[in-house]
Design a protein. Structure first.
Ligand SMILES: NC(=O)c1ccc[n+]([C@@H]2O[C@H](COP(=O)([O-])OP(=O)(O)OC[C@H]3O[C@@H](n4cnc5c(N)ncnc54)[C@H](O)[C@@H]3O)[C@@H](O)[C@H]2O)c1
Length: 364
């Protein structure tokens, strides 16, 4: 680990036992200290709300789905995502944005990227004080081709006392079920990294700081496109040689893009690097990976009717396909884009990639 940029965080806070959480929350309420507003009452927002609440913070969730809000407030559950499992009855949810923002010191974005800009505009008008923003939304803003954190800091410049992103191998269901998880907190500012890391102090959710915002955000966006390709590759072959080769090729190509954008080489071996790539590119819990698998199985344009808006790798494809297709150093990502633009059939993903790799090697 690069000692200058990436350091493990040790917090002084001790994890709360559930009966102690009440006391601590009351104390922080009184001081209006760690009041955290989470935008989005979906799977990731709820899992993160649970972690932050168990860490002794005062958590309010803002949502637009009244069924989810009612479920959280009346039953201490979010059945749509987590069945009958309890969250934490201290967490409150509301569809009233003014109420949600009132005492907020931190605002967490936990909604699909398609709705992020709407909420940024609302916050720009409604927020009366400065806060630290915590971004959980990965991907690229189509309007400027930059990571969403750039758009957040641009639109909310006057309302921001810092911005950090949480990126790493972390499916909501595993975090909800307290499975051991390590992620990076990524920010340009080390002091913001420390403040945000300090909010998470439960033993099963560890946060390691990383100052390479550009590298981490680039990897987080492009790994979704790679995951679509890996879904196809897993369907195409059972050869672990081939799967490992293609995955490694994908990691190399993402590193090239990250470095071209100004990211650091060392970030690829971080939790937000190889950790998140491995999770997204090998698990059926990944929407992008299963999208790739379905595309391969159907092997027809019908598969494109799958809900593309929630497949962030597909959104990225539509933004960056031209640049990728003309870049000779990206044979795998190019093959994935050619399949998505229906120029190569899914069943030819591996052969097409290897042909392009051979051409690249010959040219070298
Ligand atoms: N699910 C995961 O494991 C996971 C892990 C890491 C990161 N993420 C990221 O977190 C974000 C949210 O993912 P998710 O899985 O929780 O999605 P989800 O579909 O489970 O939930 C999205 C939530 O956002 C709400 N929403 C939609 N528009 C809104 C608006 N305008 N204002 C407020 N709320 C609105 C929806 O009602 C819903 O409650 C995505 O960007 C995703 O990439 C998810």
């Amino acid at each position: 680990m690069d000692k200058k940029t990436n350091k493990s965080i040790k917090t002084n806070k001790k994890p709360n036992k559930s009966n102690k959480t009440d006391k601590k929350t009351k104390k922080t309420n009184k001081n209006e200290f760690n009041n955290i507003t989470i935008i989005g009452t979906g799977a990731w927002g709820t899992a993160i709300a649970k972690v932050l609440s168990e860490s002794g913070n005062n958590v309010t969730m803002y949502g637009v789905d009244n069924k989810e809000i009612k479920d959280i407030n009346q039953h201490g559950m979010n059945k749509k995502y987590f069945g009958q499992s309890k969250i934490n009855t201290i967490i409150r949810a509301t569809n009233d944005i003014d109420k949600a923002l009132l005492k907020s010191k931190y605002i967490v974005f936990a909604l699909p990227s398609a709705f992020l800009k709407d909420i940024l505009k609302i916050l720009k008008n409604k927020l009366k004080h400065k806060v630290i923003f915590i971004n959980l939304v990965k991907g690229i803003d189509p309007s400027n081709k930059k990571p969403w954190s750039f758009t957040i800091s641009k639109i909310l410049k006057d309302k921001s006392s810092g911005l950090a992103s949480i990126i790493g191998p972390s499916f909501a269901i595993d975090v909800f079920n307290k499975k051991q998880t390590i992620v990076n907190v990524v920010s340009k500012s080390d002091s913001v990294c420390k403040k945000v890391a300090d909010l998470f102090s439960v033993p099963y959710f560890r946060v390691v700081r990383c100052l390479d915002e550009v590298g981490a955000e680039t990897i987080a966006a492009y790994k979704n496109l790679l995951a679509i390709g890996m879904g196809m590759v897993f369907e195409n072959t059972k050869s672990i040689n081939t799967i490992s080769a293609v995955l490694t090729q994908g990691i190399k190509e993402i590193e090239i893009i990250s470095k071209n954008n100004g990211g650091k080489s060392s970030t690829i071996i971080e939790f937000c690097g190889i950790g998140d790539i491995f999770l997204t590119c090998t698990s059926d819990l990944s929407r992008n990976f299963t999208f790739g698998k379905n595309l391969y199985r159907k092997n027809s344009s019908k598969s494109f009717k799958l809900s593309k808006s929630t497949v962030e790798g597909y959104t990225l494809y539509s933004i960056v396909k031209k640049e990728i297709i003309k870049n000779k150093n990206l044979p795998l990502l190019k093959s994935i884009c050619l399949v998505l633009s229906k120029e190569v059939e899914p069943k030819n993903i591996v052969t097409n990639t290897f042909e392009l790799i051979n051409k690249t090697t010959t040219q070298n």
